[in-house]
Design a protein around this ligand. Structure first.
Ligand SMILES: *Cc1c(COP(=O)(O)O)cnc(C)c1O
Length: 300
């Protein structure tokens, strides 16, 4: 569903939000798109178990756990950080994934860095039996194929498409399915990591660019200005944003509009990729630090 938002800009520019966050109550936004063809493939190949990787508040872990429950797979989450094992009940993301039946294996940050090597995967097979591997963040060519379905015929009128980027899978899908006159902008949320090479693995067009100035000092990092922006946007539009991806994206798009980056009469489609499950965990951290929290329907 596309929702136009009315904000006064110093230029004649239209802003529309694609509410991918509303696709599914638990398999949110782009994670639904990224899982779709992987789940079909896993079923076709006769797998009954999905195994994947993620950090403490990972949207991908939450989505995989929910998809497992819905589509009858056992799910295993390899989680970064041994210390989290004792804090599952304190962590809304892991508590949710656990309630969907996900089994966890907690590993150190060092072990996590080597998670893709064959020895480690083989040791997991010995421990858990056979499984279908979803990479961290869920990006592979089937995931990109799913993200190509975010855009449809009705989206032809837009001049620009913008999304937040972690691994670059989502923006790759948008690049592939954008109409010829459209420009695709990816806003990386990680600091100091060049995603271009990863995107080039999946795309052959040059209708895109990465906007690197809105990571707010790194993955999962926030400041009071970002939280204030998220709350202000929610009050004005009724659209909730998450602090890790979409908050930074919308902050960036609106900042660029105000700075005159977009030509007059631009009609921008911003993809709301979901991730709202991460708000609860972030608010716990913010409360602990006595900082303002993110407003939601529940805490209003
Ligand atoms: C995972 C995620 C992204 C990043 O998607 P990539 O395909 O890894 O670039 C963006 N937004 C939200 C809400 C996400 O959960």
């Amino acid at each position: 569903m596309n929702q136009e938002v009315k904000i006064n800009f110093p230029f004649d520019i239209k802003l529309t939000v694609k509410r991918e966050d509303l696709l599914h109550p638990h398999i949110s936004g782009n994670k639904f798109r990224k899982l779709k063809y992987n789940i079909i493939k896993a079923k076709q190949d006769g797998n009954s178990c999905l195994l994947t990787f993620g950090g403490a508040y990972s949207n991908h872990i939450a989505a995989t756990a929910a998809a497992g429950r819905e589509y009858n797979f056992k799910t295993i989450g390899i989680i970064r950080g041994e210390e989290l094992e004792k804090k599952i009940d304190d962590n809304p993301t892991l508590a949710f994934a656990g309630s969907c039946g996900m089994e966890f294996k907690f590993i150190t940050r060092e072990a996590y860095r080597d998670k893709s090597n064959t020895d480690f995967i083989n040791s997991l097979k010995e421990q858990f039996g056979s499984f279908y591997v979803l990479p961290e963040g869920g990006t592979n060519s089937l995931a990109v194929k799913g993200c190509e379905e975010i855009l449809n015929e009705q989206d032809k009128k837009f001049t620009h498409i913008a999304c937040a980027s972690g691994t670059g899978g989502t923006v790759s899908g948008l690049i592939n399915s954008a109409f010829p006159h459209q420009r695709v902008l990816g806003f990386p949320v990680l600091k100091g990591l060049d995603l271009s090479a990863d995107i080039h693995k999946f795309v052959e067009r040059d209708n895109w660019e990465l906007i690197t100035g809105y990571h707010f000092e790194g993955y999962g990092k926030v400041n009071e200005k970002l939280i204030a922006f998220i709350n202000d946007f929610y009050v004005k539009t009724g659209i909730p944003l998450d602090p890790v991806y979409t908050g930074k994206l919308f902050f960036g798009v609106i900042d660029l509009i105000n700075k005159g980056f977009f030509p007059e009469h631009s009609d921008i489609l911003v993809i709301h990729t979901g991730g709202l499950q991460g708000i609860a965990g972030m608010n716990k951290e913010l409360s602990r630090k006595k900082l303002p929290i993110i407003k939601t329907k529940e805490n209003a």
